[in-house]
Write a new protein. Structure first.
Length: 364
């Protein structure tokens, strides 16, 4: 409880700090309701108002994400744009891409989609959709990249994705597909060589209970901070560490403020290409079919590109940071702690248990 209170205080400090620092931080103190109401009601809705569905008229689809333009999210968005344009023609559809959280935080963009004031997003925020989907963040759930690919894009994982997609549907979102963004690893302002070095470490995590509980179990002090504010939080010593896949560490330039990388592969990012159900349901059948086809295509392109980039990104990071691997014996301890203290807590309902069992079965 004390750690969660500390996290809340630090998040408030960050909000005040970000106002004075500028730079890479994004505005997070704005009320979500105000953002979405503004998007729906003002002239500024040129960048947030969803397209009006129509038969043969020009359709404009706006898709947002929270990362830079050289990130895998941008790859997914561009692949979606190109494929949809190919299927429907330039005279019928225009796809506008908004990177760098320019439309709001991930939380805000999800809510805008649910309201129908934003058409689509490319990122993973499944726990906001249905708390049971938080189990996709369970530490050490996925064995390796091949396992992730099976679950997120392979034929073997089709039934798993169908169940996940139904959760999105119930939340007012059409899940067009999933793609992998890599395993999460720790960057820090001080060197981490063992599990003991996590003790008391002030580390940023997304606002995801499973990841926060995991780091608490490993002895750290997790602090949820929006990714748009993370660079500034590290730069101003609000936190001492963060954890993300190589592609986010590299494209968001966390190596500039965190000179140490510890390879743990403790969790993953399961991303989705998501579309507003309010908007989707208003389109004619041929447009819906084209959107689904373009979405599946884009997820395959993004997933393959991510897997291709990983080795080269680690090589690049080795030139910019001091890189350590968490010792095998310490990783074994991390896994056991996670199984004992985290897995048991979140596998209490039949849906979550069955989902995790089926994911694990594909590792064999």
């Amino acid at each position: 409880m004390k750690k969660r209170m500390l996290a809340a205080v630090l998040a408030l400090v960050l909000g005040l700090t970000a106002v004075g620092c500028g730079g890479q931080s994004k505005e997070t103190t704005s009320d979500t309701k105000a953002v979405t109401e503004s998007a729906a009601n003002t002239g500024a809705s040129d960048t947030t108002k969803a397209a009006e569905p129509s038969g043969g008229e020009q359709i404009t689809i706006r898709i947002g994400h929270s990362a830079s333009e050289d990130n895998i999210y941008q790859v997914a968005c561009e692949a979606f744009r190109d494929k949809l344009t190919e299927l429907l023609g330039e005279d019928r559809v225009t796809v506008e891409i908004y990177p760098n959280a320019s439309l709001g935080t991930q939380t805000q963009m999800i809510e805008m989609m649910q309201m129908g004031t934003l058409d689509a997003v490319a990122f993973g925020r499944h726990s906001q959709i249905d708390s049971r989907l938080d189990v996709l963040n369970l530490p050490f759930l996925f064995e390796d990249e091949a396992h992730m690919t099976k679950v997120l894009r392979g034929e073997e994982g089709a039934d798993i994705r169908k169940r996940i997609g139904e959760c999105f549907e119930n939340a007012g979102i059409v899940m067009l597909g999933m793609f992998e963004a890599g395993f999460r690893n720790i960057t820090s302002t001080k060197e981490i060589k063992s599990l003991a070095d996590l003790n008391g470490l002030l580390i940023r995590t997304p606002n995801t209970d499973i990841l926060m509980d995991s780091f608490e179990a490993w002895g750290a002090s997790p602090t949820p901070i929006d990714i748009g504010d993370l660079y500034t939080a590290l730069q101003t010593n609000v936190v001492d560490a963060q954890e993300n896949p190589y592609q986010l560490i590299y494209t968001n330039k966390y190596y500039e403020v965190c000179p140490y990388l510890c390879i743990t592969n403790h969790s993953t990012i399961c991303d989705q290409l998501q579309f507003s159900k309010v908007v989707f349901d208003g389109y004619p059948a041929d447009v819906q079919d084209a959107i689904r086809e373009a979405g599946e295509y884009a997820c395959n392109v993004a997933g393959e590109e991510n897997n291709k980039r990983n080795d080269s990104l680690l090589t690049e990071l080795n030139q910019k940071m001091t890189v350590n691997e968490m010792p095998e014996s310490d990783l074994d301890q991390m896994k056991q702690i996670a199984y004992d203290k985290v897995w048991t807590k979140y596998l209490e309902d039949d849906f979550s248990k069955a989902l995790v069992d089926d994911i694990q079965a594909l590792a064999k």
